[in-house]
Every structure is written in C-alpha cells, then in structure tokens.
Design a protein around this ligand. Structure first.
Ligand code: URA
Length: 432
C-alpha cells in the first residue's frame, strides 16, 4: 500500500481526537507496523489513543481482519487420526491470575477425542502466560513448525505452540501493550485474541472471559467483550462460545510459572484444587459440545490418568523433560496470620502484581521471566486460620524484590470473623 496515501502521525491524531479510522488506514497501519515502516513509538501512541477513544464496530472488525491478514493461516481440513477426521477446537482465556487451566484442559480434551491446536501467549501485565509456564519445564519448546503441529495432532491430539507466523501483528502489538499500560482495552483484547484464534483454522472456539478483580477489564465491560469476540468468531464462520468465569480470587493455590505447572500436574494426577478441576471439566465439556465430539467424560480422564499420559506425551514431543525437577525461587518470604479467624477474600490483582514484582512477569519487551518466582497460597477463602500460621509463601531468585512484592500483597487479603460469601465459578455463557 502506498506510503503517500497515509502517514502514522495523521492516523494517530485522527484517533486521538476521537475520529474514525478508514478501512484503508487500518490496513496500512497494521501492515506498516508488521513490516517495520511504522515505528514502535508510533504504534504505542496509536494504542494509547485507541485505549482512550476505542474502536467502533466496523473499525474493530477491520482491525481484527488486518491483524489476521498479517500472517499465515493454518488449515487442518483433511487431517485424520485412526481413520476418523480430526475435529479441531480451542479455548482462549482473557488472562487471569493462577490460571493454569490450559495445561490441564488441552490434554483432557484431546483424551476425550477432539484435536487441540493451541496457540498460546506469554504473560501480559499482571496475568501469567501459558508459554512462560511451560518453558519452566526443562527443554520444552513452543517454537515448533506447522508440520510438527499437524503431526502431533494426528499422533497425540494436541500441540501447544507460539503463534510464530500466525497474526505476527498481534505478537508485536502484544509486546508493546505489555509495557505501555494499554493492555486493558476492550478492542485491543478482542482483536488480539480473535486474530490469533481465527488464524489457527479451528472448527470451534470456547472463550474463557475472566470477571473480577484479577481480570483485565472491569466487570461492566466483560460481558461486552464476550459478545464482541463471539460476534467476530461468527463473522469468520467459527462457532464461538464465551464462558464468563470468576477471577475475583486467584485460581488454585499457586501463582507463578513453575509453581503453576506443579499444580497442573497435581490436577492431572487426579488431585489439586477443586476450582481448577471444576473450571477444567466445565470448559472441556463446552469444547466437546461445541465441536460435536461425543467423546469421554472429561472428569474421567483426570481420574484414570489418560489426560496425564497425554500431557507427558505432548511435553515429550516438544522436547520437555518432566523427570527434571521444576525450578523454584531460591529465596522465600512467608506472610503469617496476625490473628485467628477465617480467610477472607484474596484479591487476584494484588496476588498477580505480587508475583509480577517477584519476577514471574516482565517489565520490558522480550525480558526474561524467573521460572521459579511466584506465590503459594496456604489458606484459601473460607478456610480457618490460626494466628501465626503461614498464609502465603513468596518465591524469587532476587530477594531485593521482596519489599515491593510484599507492598502489593498488603491489603489484598484479610482474616475475618466469618467466611466471605461464596461466588460461583461459572457466571454465564454467551454465544453459540
Ligand atoms: N489474551 C490475548 O491473547 N490477548 C489479550 O489482549 C488478552 C488476553
């Protein structure tokens, strides 16, 4: 597209002043950013303008389509396993704290008979990323070829991989958003999620839209986000369902990359926290229903070890070695209960930021994360607490981080006289 027709400063100014971006301007800026003609600072300014001014329905549809068109698209039609055509399905979460569901869900759904080509991302803001978690397993790589993805789908039924050539505009924009406080924007989240997911060439999609203090958006916008993404999916011919789930409190008891892998392994072994199990089984049922796979009971695959076997095969196929112990931060700090009572609510955002301060997330593009950094929660909401008992253990390799991390956690939990009101984990469903 001609550089004479458009320039980044005009596009930024148009959005900054509340104007509409034309289809051609959107195509130009996404294409130009992907191939380097639009600079990071210009895209960062445009993202901030979008953060404040938003994108209307038509702009968002075009922005998403342009991101999708920035790269390759996978196509799994014609693939089969054991003589049966593969029914592909995926799920994507809008980002939570302690949300290790993907690590369990992918093998569960594959063990039930569907095929899951799962594109995953890295941590964003205070939320963890599946790739950062999996890379805490020695040797694991998410950078696998499309050929390997296809092979794994036929042999194992699942692959978890980096977007690579899929929606490269998202990879670049995602990294900028992470360090410019432009993560929590409805159109930027919707286009980011849907461009990658539509590029996967899947037959059906389930979205886990988080609602609550640890979610990326305030509760009032989560329903609209879900509706928007369902519409984008339908417009591209992919049956899409959104499940709104509670993220007021972290999911499970482990927050941080390797800590979460450890907890996912507990769930795959038939144990683990009840909320992680419930969410996994529920999302698996939605994925199987939407993809038309009348397979096994998802809960059964956790009880009989078939999901664990599948996870081990997946990790092995992608170079990981689960016999090597998971890393754990070399330094710890324990938060002790100052009084007896009942654990009150635990603020997911506070715990997410604590883990991030400890080194579980990044503060500059492409920075390294500490695989062993994070928070272990010893008392979950509603559990009895005795004065002096440990409530949280904080892990890091860099102990100078403790002061800021503890400050994030301060005020993010309480020990009360009575249990907090119980909140359902599954709040609503929208879409197909
Ligand atoms: N997940 C994504 O892929 N993108 C976002 O913007 C948020 C969550």
């Amino acid at each position: 597209m001609s550089d004479i027709a458009f320039d980044a400063p005009t596009i930024i100014r148009t959005k900054r002043d509340g104007g509409r971006l034309s289809d051609a301007a959107i195509d130009w800026v996404i294409e130009g950013f992907t191939d380097g003609r639009v600079a990071d600072v210009q895209m960062a300014a445009l993202l901030m303008a979008i953060f404040w001014r938003g994108l209307d329905h038509r702009e968002l549809a075009r922005w998403t389509a342009a991101m999708l068109a920035s790269g390759a698209r996978l196509d799994f039609t014609g693939l089969s396993s054991g003589g049966r055509p593969l029914m592909t399905v995926d799920k994507h979460s809008t980002g939570g704290v302690g949300d290790k569901t993907t690590l369990v869900l992918v093998p569960v759904v594959a063990a039930c008979g569907a095929a899951v080509p799962k594109v995953s991302g890295r941590g964003l803001g205070h939320t963890g990323g599946t790739l950062d978690k999996l890379e805490s397993i020695a040797g694991f790589t998410a950078e696998i070829s499309t050929r390997q993805v296809r092979q794994q789908l036929c042999d194992i039924g699942a692959a978890i991989f980096a977007a690579g050539e899929l929606a490269p505009a998202d990879k670049l924009i995602y990294a900028l958003r992470d360090i410019t406080s432009t993560v929590d924007s409805l159109p930027l989240i919707a286009s980011s999620v849907m461009s990658k997911k539509l590029a996967e060439g899947i037959g059906a999609l389930v979205l886990d839209v988080k609602v609550g203090s640890g979610a990326l958006l305030p509760e009032s916008q989560c329903r609209e986000l879900a509706r928007t993404m369902v519409e984008l999916g339908a417009a591209h011919g992919v049956p899409t369902r959104a499940v709104l789930t509670d993220m007021e409190c972290p999911l499970g008891a482990a927050v941080g990359n390797a800590l979460e892998v450890g907890e996912a392994l507990e769930v795959l072994a038939g144990g683990g926290p009840a909320d992680v199990v419930e969410l996994t089984v529920q999302l698996a049922a939605e994925m199987l229903a939407l993809s038309g796979v009348d397979g096994r009971d998802p809960a059964e695959t956790l009880r009989d070890g078939t999901a664990m076997d599948l996870f081990r095969r997946l990790v092995g196929a992608q170079g990981g070695d689960l016999s090597i112990p998971l890393p754990i931060g070399a330094h710890t700090e324990t938060v002790i209960a100052a009084r007896s009572g009942t654990m009150g609510t635990i603020d997911a955002m506070a715990v997410g930021l604590t883990a991030w301060r400890l080194g579980a997330g990044r503060s500059r593009p492409g920075g390294a994360v500490q695989p062993g950094a994070g928070v272990r929660i010893h008392r979950r909401p509603g559990e009895p607490v005795a004065a002096g008992q440990p409530l949280f253990t904080l892990y890091t390799d860099t102990p100078e981080r403790f002061t800021a991390a503890l400050a994030e956690l301060d005020g993010g939990f309480s020990v009360d006289d009575s249990a907090p009101a119980a909140r359902p984990l599954i709040l609503d469903r929208i879409g197909a």
